[in-house]
Design a protein around this ligand. Structure first.
Ligand code: 6PG
Length: 454
């Protein structure tokens, strides 16, 4: 990612000094940089890196999140002038960024935490950049970050979103949404594979076709490509030789943890994280299969139109949860985060880019603080597709096809429009065993049930 970002910066005409702690990596990067090498100064030591940059400096760190970032800052700071700016462009936990910004500001040093999305390809040719830290520090480097960012109809996908760890929080939620988006697509793939007995090549055609419709997105596009790919070693469809065990570096889990702290409901994202965790329980799943057997997955009554519509509804509900979490964080931390800005910065360059995000940007511009499922632009789309989501979840359950993210999205929808919910039962139980009290529908105050008197 660091190498790709450096080439991107050089290509946009900016001079850049680069350093990697493995000297040979720096040299081979420089030797392979082609014409762009003229803009690049390879450095073997941090001292020579700092000496190669004209003050006031801006130094981008692209190292694994956690301790390596603190170690790199500790190594760099003594070599820098007070107003030299350090920018952490990794996937940091926003609590770490809050701490690093506060520590830097205590010593009158500028520090930015920026979320960069788009993978290796995005970093090289145009990522989405979510900025956090002081706005004045952002302005110092905005011309470079805007030049290297993805472009959406003339607007750069690089935006300052708020103080301290705001940018990294938004990037974390981006990844949480990414997990749910990917999980929902995987669930739909599972219905096609196991319920409809479709081969990967046929599944590829479906995803590719959907990419021309309301589901147009990078993730749908690559789902078509990976479904079409053939394993060069065996000649089999590549998907059929890949172990069904998902990796994760932690940003989905962070999203779920922060949502719990904030009391923000994001059941589809939590379901996606849980699904990755279950996927890793290979030995336990083997025992489960041996004890309970492999059920019949006959789902012939599910058609492809139903699947597309269900995915449209699921996707809207998943983004509704993600944006609602951003709003909860913004309210709780007084960030004044602009949801239209977030939707706009995600329209190009990042992994979750999609045509629907442009509509989301417009929806939040019209109704800034709404839940997406109440935004007028999305109400009609949800009404048109909700029945398909319901039908798919019911049919998938009957055919023992797990669709946890999609079914959580449906339950979220049903609960979010249920005017008389079932938490009265929870309150009565809490009061029964712990005298926690409850409120009443018919008058104000705090009450106990008759058991309190015994
Ligand atoms: C991006 C991605 C990226 C992330 C990978 C892997 O926006 O470019 O989100 O930041 O690191 O997708 O994440 P997991 O290993 O957790 O799936």
């Amino acid at each position: 990612m660091g190498a790709a970002l450096s080439l991107n910066i050089a290509e946009k005409g900016f001079g850049i000094a680069v350093f990697n702690r493995t000297v040979a990596t720096t040299h081979s990067f420089y030797e392979n940089a082609g014409d762009l090498a003229q803009k690049i100064t390879p450095c073997d030591t941090l001292e020579s890196l700092v000496a190669s940059i004209r003050p006031p400096r801006a130094i981008i760190l692209m190292v694994p999140a956690g301790d390596p970032v603190d170690q790199q800052i500790a190594a760099l700071r003594p070599l820098l002038d007070d107003d030299d700016l350090i920018i952490d462009a990794g996937n940091a936990n926003f609590h770490d960024t809050n701490r690093r910004v506060a520590a830097a500001e205590d010593e009158n040093h500028p520090f930015l935490g920026i979320g960069v999305s788009g993978g290796e390809e995005g970093a090289r040719h145009g990522p989405a950049i979510m900025g956090g830290g002081s706005e004045a520090s952002w302005q110092r480097v905005a011309p470079i970050l805007e030049a290297i960012a993805a472009d959406y109809e003339g607007a750069p996908c690089a935006t300052w979103l708020g103080e301290a760890g705001t940018g990294h929080f938004v990037k974390t939620v981006h990844n949480g949404i990414e997990y749910a988006d990917m999980q929902m697509i995987a669930e739909i793939y599972g219905v096609m594979r196991d319920g409809l007995a479709m081969q990967p090549a046929a599944i590829a055609e479906v995803f590719t076709r959907w990419n021309d419709g309301p589901l147009q997105s990078y993730l749908i596009e690559i789902s078509g490509e990976v479904s079409r790919a053939v394993d060069p070693e065996t000649g089999k469809p590549l998907l059929d030789v890949i172990l069904d065990k998902a990796g994760q570096k932690g940003t989905g889990r962070w999203t779920a943890i922060e949502a719990q702290h904030l009391g923000a409901p994001i059941p589809s994202i939590e379901a996606a994280v849980a699904a990755r965790n279950i996927s890793a329980r290979l030995a336990a799943r083997k025992i489960g299969g041996d004890i309970y057997g492999e059920p019949s997955h006959d789902a012939e009554s599910i058609d492809l139109d139903l699947l597309e519509r269900a995915l449209i509804a699921g996707k809207i509900l998943c983004y509704a949860q993600g944006f609602d979490l951003l709003k909860a964080a913004s309210d709780s931390f007084a960030w004044n985060l602009s949801l239209p800005d977030v939707a706009r910065v995600w329209r190009a360059g990042c992994i979750i880019r999609s045509s629907m995000l442009n509509d989301m940007a417009s929806a939040f511009t019209d109704e800034p603080d709404t839940n997406l499922m109440f935004a007028s632009r999305f109400v009609s789309l949800l009404m048109e597709n909700e029945a398909s989501l319901r039908s798919l979840v019911a049919k998938a359950a009957a055919a023992a096809l797990p669709v946890p993210a999609l079914s959580s999205a449906l339950s979220y929808f049903d609960m979010m429009r249920m005017q008389r919910g079932t938490a009265n039962m929870i309150q009565a139980q809490r009061d029964f065993f712990g005298l926690h009290s409850f409120e009443r529908l018919d008058r104000e105050g705090s009450f106990h049930g008759p058991w309190a008197e015994s």
